[in-house]
Ligand binder design. Sequence first.
Ligand SMILES: NC(=O)c1ccc[n+]([C@@H]2O[C@H](COP(=O)([O-])OP(=O)(O)OC[C@H]3O[C@@H](n4cnc5c(N)ncnc54)[C@H](O)[C@@H]3O)[C@@H](O)[C@H]2O)c1
Length: 275
Amino acid sequence: MANDLLKGKKGIIFGALNDLSIAWKVARRAYEEGAEIVLTNAPIAMRMGAINDLAASIGNAPVIPADATKVEDLENLVARSMEHFGGKFDFVLHSIGMSPNVRKKKQYTDLKYEWYNQTLDVSGISLHKTLHVCMKQDALNEWGSVIALTYIAAQRIFPDYNDMADAKSLLESVTRSFGYHYGIKNKVRINTISQSPTVTTAGTGIKGFNEFINFSESMSPLGNASAMDCANYCISMFSDLTKFVTMQNLFHDGGFSSTGVTQQVVEKFGNPEES
Ligand SMILES: NC(=O)c1ccc[n+]([C@@H]2O[C@H](COP(=O)([O-])OP(=O)(O)OC[C@H]3O[C@@H](n4cnc5c(N)ncnc54)[C@H](O)[C@@H]3O)[C@@H](O)[C@H]2O)c1
């Protein structure tokens, strides 16, 4: 179902690792809606090769490696993207998350601080660096739209999300702060989308993810939102239909964030002798 919602728009998509990635689906949908795209990911992720298959399927989009924690990589990415597009572009998807503490099973109360810094840098500060470079190179058109993906653990405790919760809080705060400055300067809007738990490489790295995804499903009146539905929401946020939305954390979670309890969950705690 394509409606030319992004016809004439150009953008950079970070974070398509494989066909489960949310960014992969956003790239496919953006292309279907008429956008021109540059793909990027960390140099190490390029070795898997899958991103080249995606590039081929969306009109041979250029693939420009960049470690999103390295300002010089981002400067190269933005400069080369502008060369490719022949000028400024309209949207950016920041779909990046990684915690060495989660990967190496360090408890939140016993974090390794070197890794904690890496978590914050890769998953939070990288958004600031990206926006900083875009602003310096005057790379984004007026009414441009930047989306970063986040999770409700930024607001409420989900113990196994570990230090990623702190990184997501930072990411959402950068969204508000930079959204103010970029809005005033160039009418660029910046938002986070807070997505339901989704089966992807990053998602399944969290301890107890399978149980958790089922819990979340039973706590969401509409059920968990899929990666493809998240991609559709991103497309609407990149389009001109949402021009005055900025500095927001937008829940895309089937109602999970507003639900205290559901009948389905209450019944799980019933006394079998009473029923
Ligand atoms: N999967 C979920 O349950 C879920 C829920 C809410 C939010 N999110 C968020 O969605 C985003 C995308 O994750 P996903 O679930 O599609 O998983 P994914 O594993 O497919 O994507 C994560 C991406 O981050 C990239 N990355 C890691 N370090 C990087 C670096 N230094 N520089 C550049 N890129 C780097 C990886 O290469 C990968 O492509 C993340 O921000 C994640 O936290 C995921």
